[in-house]
Design a protein around this ligand. Structure first.
Ligand code: DUC
Ligand code: ZN
Ligand code: ZN
Length: 488
């Protein structure tokens, strides 16, 4: 009988703070010893020449979500979480989506029913609030937060989802008093609609016009307005999928004033541009997401935002739709850019692409990579230190990376159910060959060993204890986690 369930030997452990050579002992799903210790494992993994990283946390994914227009994502909780695991991600946070007229308790119950029998890694939910009625605000939001869904998402655009400024203030007030964090899709609805109607009216319907109509100014204006609302309500906000230099500057200035404003960017804003939407026929629809990929200057601003701590998290915004009438192209060949289902897949490639382009190029240290792909997600969304680090007592969610492994991206190597990848043909260097979730080796040298439904729901308490309210509360500054710049 061995001392531990599993021991990982001879690897180089990388956390957001440190890099060190250590063995890791795991029992009952937890890390129980770290360093040099006596004792053996029932199973031993040799990680010589490998990096052992905390499993990735992807805090922005759309899984088995029904869009307000009635289109179901191509991935269910099985295909999405399998795909995540192959790419080194061991926790997802996806959305339970309220549409107008829906009751939140039923919405949350339905997403639990969808996820529980299928997920192979641990998961949590954010709650999309599209209909903040008095009953929703008074009863349903507090109960959802109590039930472990401690983050909300609001949309400032999309006809069927958007809330107005007053409704944003109402939701922020409830979120503040119950300790929830509010994420916001910030684009100016009127600007996009006005542009789109004129452009389509002139007969321009191809996917490339999606990028033309979602102007940089539409993002910057909405972020500016949201920051003013957040300041008035004195409630934290996290602006998702930030894509523009102007938007990032708004966040930078707000943070410099001490406001609790956080930001996220995604692979599509680092690795794609609006030129990708300008392919023959409707092919550009494969790259249509909102906000759209932009240009080299914007890509650079997103890198800079991650590096200087303006943006704390890098998530996939995995929004999987097949390239046919069931998904991207509801009206087949006649689909105009206004009707294309928005979103690109990215769960599986999020980490390997950032590793290749960030760590491989020397822009990011391995520690910074861990910080923006895992640790900051855990801290901001209330999962730390159970998730997001390698420490005694933390869940043994680990990705063992071969930093030298080279491969070319093809769509058939990806395990999601989308049928294409926007990143085909790119070369990668660095891949997570072996992945552990709560001590179970779920990907073993590239082979899946995970039963459906083994993933567990992560109940996150209201974040009140983690986020002291009030702008200049000294504890906020002491908690370096909240937006610690990567350049120290
Ligand atoms: N934009 C969103 O707002 N959500 C899903 C994907 C997208 O492109
Ligand atoms: Zn969005
Ligand atoms: Zn999204």
């Amino acid at each position: 009988m061995a001392d531990f369930d599993l021991v990982i030997r001879n690897g180089t452990v990388v956390t957001a703070e440190h890099t060190f050579d250590a063995d890791i002992a795991i029992s009952d799903g937890l890390i129980v010893a770290l360093g040099k210790f006596t004792g053996t494992g029932d199973r031993e993994i040799d990680a010589t020449s490998k990096l052992v990283l905390p499993g990735g946390i992807d805090s922005h994914t759309h899984i088995e979500q029904l869009s307000a227009a009635g289109v179901m994502n191509a991935d269910d909780f099985h295909s999405a979480t399998v795909s995540a695991a192959f790419g080194g991600t061991t926790t997802t946070i996806s959305f339970a989506a309220q549409h107008r007229g829906m009751q939140i308790p039923q919405v949350v119950a339905e997403y639990h029913e969808r996820a529980a029998p299928k997920a192979v890694i641990d998961y949590a939910f954010h709650l999309i609030v599209a209909d903040p009625t008095p009953e929703t605000l008074a009863d349903h939001l507090p109960s959802a937060i109590e039930g472990g869904v401690a983050s909300l998402k609001l949309y400032m655009t999309y006809d069927r989802l958007m809330v107005d400024d007053r409704q944003i203030l109402e939701v922020l007030t409830v979120a503040r008093s119950h300790g929830a964090l509010t994420m916001v899709h910030a684009e100016n609805h009127g600007m996009i609609g006005w542009m789109s109607d004129r452009v389509v009216g002139d007969g321009n319907t191809l996917p490339r016009y999606h990028a033309v109509c979602h102007t940089r100014g539409a993002e910057a204006e909405a972020i500016h307005r949201l920051i003013a609302l957040s300041e008035l309500a004195d409630a934290p906000v996290l602006i998702v999928h930030v894509s523009t230099p102007e938007g990032i500057d708004q966040i930078r200035q707000a943070r410099a004033r001490g406001l609790k404003v956080y930001g996220e960017t995604c692979p599509q804003y680092l690795f794609l541009t609006s030129d990708d939407l300008d392919r023959g026929g409707l092919d550009g629809a494969m790259f249509c997401c909102s906000p759209p990929p932009r240009d080299a200057v914007s890509q650079e601003a997103c890198w800079e935002g991650l590096l200087d701590g303006t943006l704390q998290v890098y998530s996939s915004d995995h929004a999987p739709f097949r390239f046919d009438a069931s998904g991207k192209l509801p009206n087949g060949a006649q689909t105009t850019f206004k009707e294309i289902a928005n979103g690109v897949p990215g769960l599986e490639l999020r980490l390997p692409m950032l590793y290749t382009e960030g760590v491989g190029s020397g822009r990011l240290t391995p520690n910074q990579f861990v910080d923006i792909t895992s640790t900051q997600h855990a801290r901001i969304y209330g999962l730390y230190p159970k998730k997001g680090t390698i420490a005694v007592g933390s869940d043994a969610d680990l990705a063992i990376w071969d930093p030298e492994r080279e491969l070319e991206i093809t769509h058939d190597m990806i395990h999601d159910n989308v049928g294409y990848t926007p990143y085909a043909g790119r070369r990668l260097r660095g891949w997570p060959d072996t992945v552990l979730s709560r001590g179970d080796v779920i990907i073993d040298d590239g082979v899946l060993h995970a039963e459906r439904g083994r993933g567990r729901f992560l109940h996150r308490g209201g974040l009140a204890s983690a986020i002291p309210l009030g702008r200049d509360v000294p504890e906020i500054r002491q908690m370096g986690a909240w937006g610690t710049p990567l350049r120290r």
